[in-house]
Every structure is written in C-alpha cells, then in structure tokens.
Write a protein that binds this ligand. Structure first.
Ligand code: ATP
Length: 270
C-alpha cells in the first residue's frame, strides 16, 4: 500500500531556474526550508525554532509542487510526496496509518522534504454531518497534527503542504509549530508568463522572431501549467504541418486550443 500512495524521489530534477516569475516565493522557501537544513546553527545561536511546516496556497498549476521539489534538490534531500485526497479516499480506514508511515519514511530517509498536496482533503473545516467518512478524515487529520506537534528539534525533516482552497482549511493546522508559515503562490503576471514561456521553449526549436512579449500579453489570467501546455501544443501543431521549427502561428493556434479546452473544462465542472 505504502509504495502506491507515497512517491519518493531520491533527487528531484527541478531547480529554481526552472521556475518562472516567483522570485519572492523562491526567496521565502529558501529561508524557511533550506536554511534550517543547511545552517541549523544559525537558528540555535539566534535562539529561535525554525518553522516546521510551510503551507503553499494558490490556484492550480502555479508551481507549488515545483517549489517543493526545487527545495529538496537544493538541499540534497529526499522528496516524499503524498496527496491528501489519496490519504482519505483511496484506502478507506488507512489514513491515519498512512500518515504515520509517511513520517516514519521521512525520518528514515532524512534529510527529507515531505510534500502533502491537496492538504484540504484531510484538513478542511469541520462539516456539519457526522458520517463515518468524516470521522475517518478527522482521525487522519489528528494523526497529522500529532506528528507535526512531535516535530520540534527535528530539523532535518521539512514539511510542505499545498492547497488550492485556503479558505476551506481548518485553522487548527495553522497554529504555531504546525503550518505556521504561509506562502501565497499566485497566477503569474505578464513578466512571469514571459519567463515561463522562455523556460518551457528552452529546448524547443523555435523560430528566431518568436514574440514572447505578445504571448505573455495574450495569456492574461493563465497559469504556468497553461503556458506549459501551450508550448507543448505549439510543438504538436508544427509537427502536424511537417515542420520542425515552431513559429508564432503555431503558438497562437496552441493558445486558442488551450483556452478552448480550459473553457470546456470549466463548463463541465459547473
Ligand atoms: P496543483 O495545485 O494543481 O497541484 P501546482 O501549483 O503544484 O498545481 P505544479 O505541479 O508545480 O503546480 O505545476 C504544474 C506544471 O506547470 C509544472 O510541472 C510546470 O511544467 C508548469 N508550471 C507551473 N508553474 C510554473 C512556473 N511558475 N514556472 C515554470 N513552470 C510552471
């Protein structure tokens, strides 16, 4: 069971250079995750406890997972990922045990970065109903809180959680000593989108006159994941035309396609 829900990466291949437009967030992650791992004496001498958990919140596809992976890579730490939804939905009745296992593995493999995606699935505000499903989610969350409370002084295991639904979170997980550092990861602005286009087309054979500024302008409101999808689709359009150079026309066609796809997605979920 453990192997299927927990994803352990010895050395993630994501670096900070792969992340576009999140300079502030990168800086904060470095201070809160990296510094305690690379320079624990600083905290000892200053007399403050390093933060044990960091919560990244913001819309889907904005780079939260990338930030966590880059932090693990930079510190030569194992990256251990688990999705909150899997903890509670996939193996009914196993949630609390999986949380225990997760932290056990993290300690064995230290230094390590534990990444819990979709933390809202285990830690959303208490619902009114008292169904057995809720009780199970409660137990999973209690286990998570107790693992975090027992964390003091264990500087070589860092916990990063992520959510797209910050307002749904149970405030108990935000108490001091738990996820007491909040980092907002917003949608990229125009400059950020341009950087992300440049990052994802780095390895592509693009035409010399590609207008990155225009691509950044027209993609207002899109996420990093959308920008990445546009780059991949642009490549597909060019292959379909039997061309190996990807030009502006391909990127604009790809933009239309990705926009239409996401509008359809939006309608479906309404
Ligand atoms: P979710 O909340 O859906 O889990 P997330 O915020 O964790 O999303 P990531 O998994 O980090 O998002 O991003 C998905 C993909 O989108 C990345 O693998 C990357 O290709 C691209 N991407 C997203 N944001 C950025 C960014 N800021 N810079 C470069 N690429 C990005």
């Amino acid at each position: 069971v453990r192997a299927r829900v927990m994803e352990v990466t010895e050395t993630p291949d994501t670096t900070y250079e792969d992340i576009g437009g999140l300079d502030e967030q990168v800086k904060e992650v470095r201070e809160t995750i990296e510094l305690p791992l690379t320079d624990p004496d600083m905290f000892d001498e200053t007399g403050i406890d390093p933060p044990s958990g960091v919560l990244l919140h913001g819309p889907p596809g904005t780079g939260k997972t990338m930030l966590a992976k880059a932090a693990a890579r930079q510190t030569d730490a194992r990256f251990i990922k688990m999705a909150g939804s899997e903890l509670v939905h996939k193996f009914i009745g196993e949630g609390a045990r999986l949380v225990r296992d997760l932290f056990e593995v993290a300690r064995q493999k230290a230094p390590s970065v534990v990444f819990i995606d979709e933390i809202d699935a285990v830690a959303s505000k208490r619902t009114e109903s008292k169904t057995s499903g809720d009780a199970e989610v409660q137990r999973t969350m209690m286990q998570l809180l107790s693992e975090m409370d027992g964390f003091e002084g264990r500087g070589d295991v860092k916990i990063i959680a992520a959510t797209n639904r910050f307002d749904m979170l149970d405030r108990a997980i935000l108490r001091p000593g738990r996820f007491d550092r909040l980092i907002e990861v917003p949608l990229p602005n125009e400059e950020g989108r341009e950087q992300i286009f440049r990052i994802h087309s780095r390895e592509m054979n693009v035409s010399d006159n590609l207008d990155y500024e225009r691509l950044a302008r027209v993609t207002e409101g899109m996420s990093g994941a959308d920008v990445k999808a546009i780059c991949t689709e642009a490549g597909m359009f060019s292959i379909r035309d039997r061309e190996t150079t990807v030009d502006m026309g391909d990127f604009l066609d790809a933009y239309d396609k990705v926009r239409e796809d996401s509008e359809e997605e939006g309608e479906k979920s309404m």
